[in-house]
Design a protein around this ligand. Structure first.
Ligand code: PGA
Length: 258
């Protein structure tokens, strides 16, 4: 498939997790925007909910090409759901993308495949792009089940979505054992998993859509390893946690992505 695949635009996302106040987010948006220059890749940041509006204002003020991503969403449109934030609210705050099923949401907050699917649908319903996060634990990898676990998560999140949704979905392969551990997947492991994810997605969405889908790698990506990981023909970008919290390290990953 790769020999005839269309050119996919690379996407680099900084997932700030539960870090940075609004004021700190504004500062980091300013520093990243100032250093971006003329990059071919799409670049985005995912601040915590209270920092979305200040980040959006700074992006607007600087006419920055940075895109805004939300880290999570609650799938109901509105109502008595104390503490929750809807997809419509995120779109109104300036988000273009929303993460669904990050492994920290799955492991710490109990999001199961069904909940993740509802989030994907809510994000699409609000006109944004869902980033479906999938990945195996170390025990699942050691048991030889990495591809089947990831395949199951992909199918639960994407099978039977409307065509437009299948056409815009972004997939993030993030092996749980590589997130925040400093233990990155080797470029070979990342590429082989991405190839398998793309094949699986082709079964669900057709060859054409699968060949256009952006599949990102996440898990201890940094300025030193990003270029090697991105060299994999099926690796279309990176979802960066720790290394996205400082402008210089994040920008070096953005530069590696072109
Ligand atoms: P990490 O996080 O880069 O700190 O491993 C990646 C992620 O959780 O998206």
């Amino acid at each position: 498939m790769t020999a005839t695949a269309p050119v996919r635009r690379r996407l680099v996302i900084g997932n700030w997790k539960m870090h940075l106040t609004g004021a700190e987010a504004t500062e980091l948006v300013a520093a990243i925007s100032a250093g971006l220059g003329e990059l071919g890749a799409e670049v985005a940041v995912a601040p915590a909910f209270p920092a979305l509006a200040p980040a959006a204002e700074e992006i607007e003020r600087r006419r920055s090409p940075l895109r805004l991503v939300a880290q999570d969403v609650f799938p109901e449109p509105e109502g008595a759901f104390t503490g929750a934030v809807s997809a419509g609210m995120l779109a109104a705050a300036g988000c273009s993308h929303v993460l669904a099923g990050h492994s920290e949401r799955r492991q710490i907050f109990g999001d199961d495949d069904r909940a993740v699917r509802r989030k994907v649908e809510a994000v699409l319903g609000a006109g944004m792009v869902p980033i479906l996060c999938i990945g195996e634990t170390l025990a699942e990898r050691d048991a030889g089940n990495a591809e089947s676990v990831v395949g199951r998560q992909l199918e639960a999140g994407a099978a039977g979505l409307p065509e437009a949704g299948l056409g815009t979905l972004v997939i993030a392969y993030e092996p749980v054992w590589a997130i925040g551990t400093g233990r990155t997947a080797t470029p070979e492991t990342a590429e082989s998993m991405h190839r398998s994810v793309r094949q699986r997605f082709a079964d669900l969405a057709g060859e054409e859509r699968a060949s256009r889908a952006q599949i990102l790698y996440g898990g201890s990506a940094n300025g030193d390893n990003a270029a090697a990981i991105l060299a994999g023909p099926n690796v279309d970008g990176v979802l960066v946690g720790g290394a996205s919290l400082r402008a210089e390290s994040f920008l070096s990953i953005c530069r590696a992505a072109g």
